[in-house]
Design a binder for this molecule. Structure first.
Ligand code: ADP
Ligand code: MG
Length: 703
């Protein structure tokens, strides 16, 4: 399709009132290169020009306010860093102080004693006196409120731009010059008309006009809503197209039958009844692996929901269809634990399982590599060692990545190269990702959830204690140990190289030893600086109940399973994020005994940390915690989403606009379910838009 060059592609310096100098500044300071960029530089807020407040009305609750008056004094105060320009403005009710710390030269130039100004900004109180720092200021001309456009847009700007007479208000003058130059043809509708009508959305062209210079607040809000919807809708369409393309173009091995191995294990060796969620997920995976395309599935299951057995059943399914499987864990300890557990479960089954990690001895390694190549080994469990190039399979059909957030995307991709037809991939994670986030950030993955715990689990009781109550906490651990239980004591060690926290850990260890003297009590310790074999020995001693207490850093965080442990003490709990706290807590409550999680903090705890601790004490539900985490931190900080890009919406927020996201997703799916190729006439506007946005879309599907 030929696209007519649009005026929106014109360089910004060609806009009336810009020119080369200001043009350069706009590029450098705000990334505005073209008319389009300016159009997409949305206002921060609007000032209602009809509302001019009296200075006397200002009170401590006042936020943003507009006043009009005469400048009565201008004074330069302080020097160097403390230098500031202070002016006073007066209306017929009082005086207000205006302060500038930056751009002083420019302000000095435009400000004149005796002239009238319109001033807008946020009021703060300083020594009991109201003042406004860095207000939007302009000479007051007659007829500010001309009735028609009484809402004036204010844009984000920078000090350098302000010095070139482009403050948040003056950028609005550029936008006002731009809008009359563009027409509907420059901003064609991209959402199919029937959706626009059904949802009563503002048309695209009108939305771009109204978001800048609306006639009233309702029009403005409708414009914002429309543009947010567009962002969500297009993102969903793109994700779904990527997913469809993958389903269609990536050939996958076919697991056509459930056979002997799966059935035998299921009926004879499965140690418990599967939960409804486990059954459902296995069905989903079965259906997906029978299609002939490659499965790429994210399995989210709260800690302790029983993901391992799901993985095992999938591996048996693969074996029934003549394929090998591998399972990767992020640490040596976890790989070993998986291996031991799976080997035990499979001990009477005719399948061969082996382990491969960095510490596998070379003779054994050779045997494993040979067995993988000739197909005598069916299941391989391991660490990163599994994806090294020397590891070649005869016919790898299924790969499981446990606790995905420790594996990079690139490493996952390496799995694909291990077979001519890429293996099915199941990524399992207990790091709760809020549903809304998962379907946005991982929308191109298939997605299964296990939201049910095996029956009989006693909920973990979580409490907050402070330093003063340490002795009581230690006594409590003693009574649990007397009952035959075990306890974890966790120290924050964010980076293994951090010297200080390492010393904290050692100190803590000494302190624990003094509370729990040998030989009556035995203590294991594990931390990141320990050689791997020593870590394993200490871990094994705790697993086999040789020791009562495990003192550790967060290396213990993921996946470790010691059902007899009933107490989790987290030292300096205020230093941990919510999802990490939840992960750590998941190490207890794995057996039939009632378990406890004790969050220890100093007596001074920040508001944020207090909030996190409150949430932890209130709920055990990983998904609820994830939603809270998203609210508290925003999507950018949630693990694994930082680079995903799909969350970089200009206007929409997956936290605040959740309901709109659901609607957008619904319509995106409706469109594609009925018209995958976007060939229907009614979807033409959408198709054309996507085609004009090459590179952003899996557009081979629709070209
Ligand atoms: P996670 O999902 O955290 O990896 P695991 O797979 O380690 O959880 O399972 C946690 C514990 O629950 C294990 O001891 C496992 O044997 C047990 N388990 C798993 N599924 C069930 C079930 N359906 N009924 C009872 N116990 C189960
Ligand atoms: Mg696990």
């Amino acid at each position: 399709m030929e696209t007519r060059p649009s005026i929106l592609d014109s360089p910004i310096e060609y806009l009336k009132g810009v020119g080369p100098l200001r043009g350069d500044m706009l590029k450098k300071e705000l990334g505005i290169f073209t008319f389009r960029d300016l159009l997409e530089h949305f206002p921060l807020r609007h000032i209602d020009k009809t509302i001019v407040n009296k200075i006397a009305e200002i009170n401590p609750q006042t936020d943003f306010i507009q006043v009009a008056g005469t400048i009565t004094s201008i004074e330069l105060i302080g020097e160097k860093r403390g230098k500031r320009l202070v002016a006073e403005i007066k209306d017929n009710t009082g005086y207000l102080e205006l302060v500038w710390f930056q751009g002083i030269n420019w302000v000095e130039k435009i400000l004149q004693i005796g002239s009238d100004y319109l001033v807008y900004g946020r009021v703060s109180f300083f020594n009991g006196k109201p003042q406004m720092s860095h207000p939007e200021i302009e000479l007051r001309t007659a007829g500010i409120a001309d009735g028609k456009n009484y809402l004036e847009p204010i844009y984000s700007s920078t000090e350098k731009l302000k010095a070139r007479a482009l403050n948040g208000r003056q950028i609005g003058k550029l936008t006002a010059a731009l809008l009359p130059q563009i027409s509907e043809r420059d901003i064609p509708e991209n959402i199919p008309a029937y959706i626009v009508e059904k949802l009563k959305l503002t048309g695209r062209y009108k939305a771009f006009c109204d978001i800048h210079i609306p006639r009233n607040m309702e029009d403005y809000e409708a414009a914002v809503n429309r543009l947010k919807f567009e962002e969500f809708f297009l993102a969903q369409i793109r994700l779904q197209l990527t997913r469809l393309r993958r389903h269609r173009s990536s050939k996958g091995v076919v697991f056509e039958k459930v056979g002997e191995l799966f059935n035998t294990f299921y009926s004879q060796y499965l140690p418990f009844e599967l939960t409804g969620a486990q059954k459902r997920v296995i069905k989903e995976i079965r259906a997906d692996t029978a299609q002939g395309h490659q499965m790429n599935r994210l399995l989210q299951g709260d800690v302790g929901s029983g993901k391992t057995i799901v993985a095992l059943l999938c591996m048996l399914l693969a074996a029934d269809n003549g394929f090998q499987s591998c399972m990767m864990a992020p640490t040596e300890i976890l790989a070993q634990q998986h291996y031991n557990g799976l080997k035990e479960l499979l001990k009477d089954m005719p399948v061969q399982i082996r382990i491969l990690t960095g510490s596998t001895k070379s003779a054994e390694r050779k045997k494993v590599l040979a067995g993988l190549l000739d197909g005598t080994i069916h299941f391989l469990v391991g660490t990163h060692a599994v994806i090294e190039d020397v590891v070649q399979f005869q016919n790898l059909g299924f790969a499981i990545v446990d606790e995905q957030h420790r594996f990079g995307v690139a490493q996952r991709a390496q799995l694909w190269k291990k077979a001519t037809i890429p293996p099915h991939i199941l990524v399992m994670t207990a790091t709760p990702i809020p549903r809304t986030l998962a379907m946005t950030a991982y929308g191109d993955l298939d997605y299964s959830v296990m939201d049910e715990l095996p029956p009989g689990r006693k909920p973990i009781q979580t409490v907050h204690r402070n330093e003063m109550q340490r002795a009581a906490v230690m006594d409590f651990i003693k009574t649990e140990i007397e009952k035959g239980r075990q306890a974890y004591i966790i120290y924050p060690l964010i980076e293994e190289s951090e010297k200080l926290s390492y010393e904290d850990l050692m100190q803590g260890y000494e302190q624990v030893k003094s509370y729990f003297p040998e030989p009556r009590y035995k203590i294991s310790m594990v931390h990141g600086r320990m050689p791997a074999d020593q870590k394993d020995v200490n871990m094994q001693r705790f697993i086999s109940h040789d020791t009562n207490i495990m003192v550790s850093t967060t290396v213990i965080e993921v996946g470790v399973n010691v059902p007899n442990a009933s107490v989790m003490v987290i030292e300096s709990a205020e230093k941990f994020g919510l999802s990490q706290l939840h992960q750590l807590r998941g190490r207890v409550g794995r057996g039939s005994e009632k378990s406890y999680c004790i969050l220890l903090t100093g007596s001074k705890v920040s508001q944020d940390a207090r909030e996190r601790i409150k949430i932890m004490c209130a709920t055990n539900d990983g998904f609820a915690i994830a939603e809270k985490d998203l609210e508290l931190r925003g999507p950018g900080d949630i693990e694994g989403t930082r680079q995903s890009g799909v969350l970089n919406f200009k206007l929409a927020s997956i936290v605040n606009d959740k309901a709109l996201l659901d609607v957008a997703k619904h319509y995106a799916l409706e469109v594609l379910n009925a018209d995958e190729e976007l060939v229907h006439e009614k979807n033409a506007p959408l198709k054309q838009f996507l085609l004009s946005q090459k590179g952003k879309t899996a557009w081979s599907l629709i070209s």
